[in-house]
Design a protein around this ligand. Sequence first.
Ligand code: ZN
Length: 843
Amino acid sequence: MNHFKIALGVLLVSIAAIPVFAQYSPAQIHTLDSTLTILHQQSMFNGAVLIADHGKVKYKKAFGKVHISTNEPLKTSSAFNLASVSKQFIAMMVMLLEEKGKLDYDDPVIKHLPAFPYETVTIRHLLTHTSGLPEYFDLALAHQNTLDTLTNDELLQLLADFQPKPGFEPGERWGYCNTGYVLLASVIEKAAKMPIETFFQQQITGPLGLKDTYIYTLGMKQSPANRVFGFRRENGLEIPNDLIRFDGVVGDGNIYSSVDDLLKWDQSLYTEKLVSAKTLKEAFTPVRLNNGTTFPYGFAWSMDSSGQVLSHTGSWVGFLNEITRDTKNRQTVIILSSGSDGIARKCLKEILAGKQPELPRLELITNVQLIDGTGTPPRWCAVRLRDNKIWETGNLSAFPGETVTNGSGQVLAPGFIDSHSHHFGGLQDSPGGLALVSQGVTSIVIGQDGNSYPIDTIRQIMKKRPVAINIASYTGHTTLREMVMGENDVLRVARPDEVAQMQTLMKTEMEKGSLGLATGLEYERAFYSNRSEVLDLAKTTAALGGRYISHIRSEDVSLDEAIDEIIQIGREAKLPVQISHIKIAKRDRWGYAPTLLAQLESARASGVDITADCYPYDFWRSTLRVLFPNRDYTNPVSAEFAVNQLFDPALSPLLSYAPNPEYSGKSIVEVAALRKETPAQTLMYLIAAAAEFDRKNPDFSDNTEGIMGKSMGEPDLECFLAWPHTNICSDGSWGGHPRGYGAFTRVLGRYVRERKIMSLETAVYKMTGLAAEHLGITDRGIVAPGYFADLVLFNPATVQDRATVQQPDALSSGIEKVWVNGQLVYAAQKPTGQFPGVFIQRK
Ligand SMILES: [Zn+2]
C-alpha cells in the first residue's frame, strides 16, 4: 500500500521547463553522456534521452533494460508509459475532432457524456485544467473494491453517483486535473464513434508513421512487444512498479511512446500534417481565466514566459518523463525513464543550462552488523548513503567509482540522540563536538531544565559557527518567566497577565520549531511557579503538537508530589510528558524504583504518555546548595538531614572550591576531618564561605563551588535504565561530571557488556529510535531508507567510557567512526573537521 500512495502523490506536472539554448556544445554533450553513464552504472538511471536541433539528432542513447527480469536492453525505440505526457496526444485528438466539426471546445461535456453531472464544465475547461473537478483517485479508493480495475466508464459512473464537490467554479482558477483528461478520452470515443485506440491509430500514429506509439491499458489482453515495464529500486533490489488498478483508464496517461517517435511527433507540430497552424496556435496559448488573467498552460502544454518553450512532464508509478520543445530555436529535449529516480532529469537540466551537474555523493558501508535502532537484533548487511540520507540497506555490492568503507565486522547503528544535553555552549569553541561524537552522539537536545535560547538565536549561532552535530531545542519555562516577569522578579507565582504573555512567546517559539516546553521546577527561578502556571503553558504547547519535559520539582524529599505533578500535567494538558534524568535521590527511598515505575506504568495505562530519560551514573554534579531543598543553609537540622538522606558525604568529592582550592577533590567527610567538625557543620560552613566569597568577588566567572553528589543506588539506576520507556541521555557538558564525555559508552560498556542489564539492540534502541520517538523526531534514529544518515560504527567488545571524576574529559574507546547527515565527522579518535550539523525542528 505504501508505494501505491507515493505513486498517487507524483502524478503531477511540473511547470519548470528544461532550459534550451541555441547550441549544444560538444563539451556539453560529452558531459551529458558521461553523467548518464555514471548514473546508469550507479542504478540511478534506466531510460532514454534524445536531443535534437532542427529535427537532427544531436544526442540519442538508451541506458538499461526493458524489464527487470530480462536482460533485453532498452533501445531508443522502446515504448515507455508517457504518464502525463500522454495528455498532449489526447488534446490532439480533441483538436482533430473539432476541425472535423464533431465537437466544439465550448461544448458542455454533458452534451457528449449525458451522465456527466457538472452542467457548466466545458471541453475547454477539461483541456486547460480549469474545470475545478476533483481528482478521481480518492473517489475510486473510497467507493471501489480494491481488486477492481477502474475503467473510463466506471469513473464517469462514480462521478454521476457521488458528485464530489468541485474545488472551484469552472474557469475561476487553474488546477491540474487528471480526471479531466480521462473524461476527454471518453468524449473522443463518443464524438469519433469508435474505440479511442482505433481513432488514435487512424488519425495520428498511422499518418505520422509512429511505430512505437500506442494506447495500452490493463483492460487490454496483450502487452505490446516493445513495452517498457516500470520498476523501483529498494534496498538493492529492483521491484516491479508498473501499472496499478487505476490503469484501466486512458486519458491522463497510458499512452506509450519512444524517444524516436516523440521526435517525429515534435517535428509534426511544426507542420499541418495533423491540424492547421491556427488550431496549433490556440493549443500553445496560455489559458485565459474568468478574471481575465492567464495561466501558462494551453492544451496539454506548459509554456515559459516567452511562450516559445513548450514542455510537459509525466510521472506515474515507475515512470518519469519530460519533453521540451524550444519552438524558436527548433530544439527538442526528451527524457523517458523507468526506475522512479529523478536525478537524471535534474542533471540533464543542469548540463543544458551550462552548469556542472551535481551528482549524488554515494558511500557504501560494508561488512557491518547493523543494529538499526528499532530494537531488532543485529543483522549482517551493507548500508548505502546517498548525500545526507540512507539510500538502502541489504546485500549490496559497490558501484563503479563508489566510496566504500569496510566496517570490519563491527556494529553500525544510528547516531545516538542525547535528549538532555548541556553541551551547546562549548560547541562554539569545539565545533567538531568531540565530547559528543567520541561517544557516538550525533544529535543533542537543548533548552533543558527550564533554560533555553530563542530558536532564532540558535539558528543564527549555528549559521555563524557551523558544528558537527545536529541540535534540537525545547523552550525553557524559566527563560519565559525571566523574559516576562523580569530577571530579578521570578521568586513568585506569575500573574495571569504574565502567564498569557508567556503563552504568546511559547506559541511563537513552537511555530519556529521548538520541540515543546521544558521546565526545571526544582531550581529556584522556577520553583515558585504553581501547577496552574505550568499547566497553562503546557496546554498552549499541546495545542501546537509539542511535548513537555521536566526536571521535576523534587528528586528527593518531595519526589512523590513531583511525580504526581508531571502525571497531572500530562493528563490535563493532553501531551506527552517526560521526566528528565529520572532518579531517586533520597537514601531512605533507595530501592523504591520498582514502585515508582509501577506508578508510571499505571499512569500510562490510564492514557498518560509519560516517559523518562536517564544518565548512567549514581552521582550527580551540582552546587552544595541543592542539598538544602528548603533553602535554609544555616539550619543544623537541615544540614543533618542532607548528610543522612540526600547524599553520601564520604563518597561525594568537591569538584571545585574557590574560597579554598585545597578542598577541591576531597570528600565532605575528608574536609570535615581537616576542619575537625561534623560533616553537617562542614556543609554549612562551606556554603556560607562560598556566599561570602561571591560577595567579595562579584566578577568571579567560574563556579565558586561544585560537588559530585553520590545520592543514588545503583539497583534503582539499573531499573530506570532498563524501563522500556526510558531513553538514554547525558545531562552532560564539557567536563565537570564524566557523563559529558562518557554517558552513552558507559551504558554500552558497563550496563550492556559487563552487567548485562539489557541487550545491545535494546540499549541502541534507547539511544536512537526510542529517543527520537520521545522527542517527536520522525526522520532520524533509525537506519532505513529515507532517514537521515546519522551513523556510528563501534566495536561492541571494546566500547567503554573512560571519563572519570578525576579526568572527566577522557575519550571513550571503541567508537570507530561517526557520520552526521552523511558526512564523516569522527574517525581515529579525532573530529574530521566536517560541520554538517543542522537544526532539527519539530515537524
Ligand atoms: Zn536537570
